[in-house]
Ligand binder design. Structure first.
Ligand SMILES: [Ca+2]
Length: 330
């Protein structure tokens, strides 16, 4: 079992920076508060002009599930208002993959270290204001093995366990692992998936905004309630959407699989952003082409399963603890 541990994977501990190296007394930190999160829900005239066209454009690639946000799912009242203000459909089903996607409204948030978060590492500092100008859609769950197989006709995942005691071959034959998140997929392979399906990676800023869903704490709920991580995962990934969702309705933003983002990784990138940034897309390049990965995983400890934690991986290496979540512009 778990042969993957010996075949070149980077486990959570080796993929991630040494958290013991994070103790940097006096490191520059911008103190962020919930009050600093913008609350402007007024749509500009230009935005109103394009909303109808955007809604029509959404119908080209997605089927409508629910037009208006459900207050039982979007539990943050401000975000609920912002979603409604876009005029765009809230919950849709991506036609080519069957993926359920939720609208994330434009807004302003504080990215990086949460106030008082002693686990924050230098790469999470300084916290800084980020404006996201445009609404976007994001997968309600990590990309599943079923969705991957449908688009790619293969399944590189190493996690194929079920509760039914099946062999891997039997499990494949019965599609018993379809609801597990895909893992062991390189950033480049995920890019191919996106190209085939008309989807994209979220930027790291979009990812963190969606993960926080208005929360300026390290996690959006008690860790055991919202995440499969080292202490509760039994050393494996789990079917998506079994833990509690965040205030936008997204599952497993923390834990289960790490999630690739679009951005190149640079350890000091937040220094460049500290005066505030609009629609950041990350540094222009990185040392080895490394890409950002977010959210922690089934094999990482609590300190890595935080909204601001960010790490990186090679775009050509498969990591059994790394999958992704797809995004799409309206
Ligand atoms: Ca995840």
């Amino acid at each position: 079992m778990f042969l993957f541990l010996s075949v070149g994977m980077l486990c959570g501990c080796s993929q991630e920076p040494d958290k013991n190296a994070a103790a940097t007394p006096g490191a520059v930190q911008a103190v962020a508060t919930d009050a600093s999160i913008g609350a402007n829900t007024t749509m500009s005239a230009a935005a109103m002009q394009t909303t109808a066209a955007n809604a029509a454009a959404v119908a080209q690639w997605a089927d409508l599930l629910e037009q208006n946000p459900d207050a039982k799912v979007v539990t943050d009242a401000d975000l609920l208002k912002r979603i409604a203000a876009t005029g765009l459909p809230w919950r849709v089903k991506h036609k080519s993959t069957g993926m359920e996607m939720l609208l994330v409204p434009p807004g302003v948030f504080v990215m990086g270290m949460s106030p008082g978060d002693e686990a924050a590492e230098p790469v999470e500092k300084p916290a800084h204001e980020v404006t996201l100008s445009n609404a976007f859609y994001l997968g309600r769950t990590e990309v599943t093995q079923a969705q991957w197989k449908g688009a790619m006709q293969n399944n590189p995942s190493v996690h194929k366990w079920t509760d039914e005691g099946l062999t891997e071959q039997e499990s494949d034959a019965k599609n018993a692992t379809d609801s597990l998140p895909v893992d062991n997929v390189t950033w480049n392979e995920c890019q191919t998936f996106c190209a085939k399906t008309g989807l994209s990676f979220p930027t790291a800023a979009q990812w963190e905004y969606a993960c926080r869903a208005g929360v300026r704490k390290p996690t959006y709920g008690a860790i055991d309630d919202v995440a499969w991580y080292g202490k509760n995962s039994q050393n494996k990934s789990h079917p998506v959407a079994k833990k509690g969702a965040n205030a936008l309705g997204f599952y497993d933003m923390l834990g289960n699989q790490y999630e690739w983002c679009a951005d190149y990784f640079a350890a000091n990138y937040f220094e460049q952003c500290k005066m505030g940034v609009v629609d950041p897309v990350g540094p222009a390049q990185s040392k080895s082409g490394d890409r950002v990965s977010r959210g922690g995983s089934w094999d990482s400890d609590e300190a890595h399963n935080r909204a601001s934690f960010r790490t990186m991986g090679s775009p050509v290496i498969q990591y059994p603890n790394n999958g992704f979540r797809a995004a799409r512009n309206p």
